[in-house]
Design a protein around this ligand. Structure first.
Ligand SMILES: [Zn+2]
Length: 286
């Protein structure tokens, strides 16, 4: 499987890949551009291709995470800015050989939620209209903090279906957000798996953000905890990790680093969950 963490791009994209390797990861996430700005970025093609090459040689899968303020649900007046950022981000993740660019589903502050969905579809259509790369836009489910959009698989599947280029759109499941919104209740992975497969959500799941939750089930709060330190049990993570839909996609931690300043120990813990069988039959790996 492909387990890793979010890493810094200090020193370039190729350095992000090297950091992942050095902590025993075979997957990682990075910010293609400044996460706290809405400025586009000009990159050094030597750096992006070196990143792609290093990942290929070492069997590493990567994903990029779009800036926090990239909101595809905004109204038309701000859309061009978001479209340009999406295109820029996709070009970078594509050049780095990444599976996709993770984008939060979007927050809509207007009165009519339907307009929010329409805006997202328009934004995704414009961003992918002339895009020919292999890297996908990966819509991430939301915790429900300050917005009611993007909390269910049904919504995400519908938005993808209604886009002009659904082949350029996939999904990223954040386990903390899913637990906060009750998309995943911790104890119901097998039901979720059956429904997610029927809905055509899981076949397009291209990445996982593996995070525990500081707050209890249904809190609608987005506070990541280290694996085993929050409200999701290790046995529940084990069930999720054993899913056939997770076997060949990047699974990355977005949690705090350990005492050595890296995710080495937490990656080791996650890898141990893949091997270990629980006492009761509920989480024996299939
Ligand atoms: Zn996330």
């Amino acid at each position: 499987m492909f387990i890793g963490a979010h890493v810094s791009t200090r020193g370039g994209y190729v350095n992000a890949a090297k950091t992942a390797l050095s902590m025993g990861a075979n997957a990682f996430q990075y910010f293609p551009m400044n996460p706290r700005s809405l400025a586009t970025k000009v990159v050094n093609p030597k750096d992006t291709s070196a990143c792609a090459q290093l990942c290929k040689e070492n069997g590493i899968l990567s994903i990029g995470h779009a800036p926090y303020a990239l909101n595809p649900a905004v109204d038309e007046t701000e859309r061009e800015l978001m479209v340009n950022l999406l295109k820029n981000g996709l070009d970078i993740t594509n050049a780095c050989g990444s599976i996709g660019l993770v984008v939060h589903f979007g927050k809509y502050t207007g009165i009519e939620p339907l307009q929010g969905y329409k805006n997202i579809i328009q934004c995704l259509n414009s961003a992918t209209a002339s895009y020919t790369g292999a890297s996908l836009i990966l819509l991430e489910n939301q915790a429900g903090e300050g917005s009611q959009l993007g909390l269910t698989m049904e919504e995400m599947v519908q938005v993808r279906k209604l886009c002009e280029r659904p082949d350029k759109i996939g999904f990223c499941l954040d386990t903390c957000h899913a637990f906060a919104s009750r998309l995943w209740q911790g104890s119901d992975w097998f039901e979720l798996e059956t429904r997610g497969a029927q809905l055509d959500y899981l076949p397009h799941l291209k990445a996982v953000h593996l995070n525990d939750s500081v707050h209890p089930l249904g809190s609608r709060r987005d506070r990541h905890a280290n694996i085993g330190a929050g409200h999701i049990t290790l046995a529940q993570f084990q069930e999720l990790l054993a899913s056939p839909f997770l076997q060949d996609i990047p699974i990355v931690l977005e949690t705090g680093t350990g005492t050595d300043g890296t995710h080495r120990e937490e990656i080791r813990l996650v890898n141990s969950l893949l091997e270990r069988k629980c006492e009761d039959d509920s989480c024996i790996l299939r």
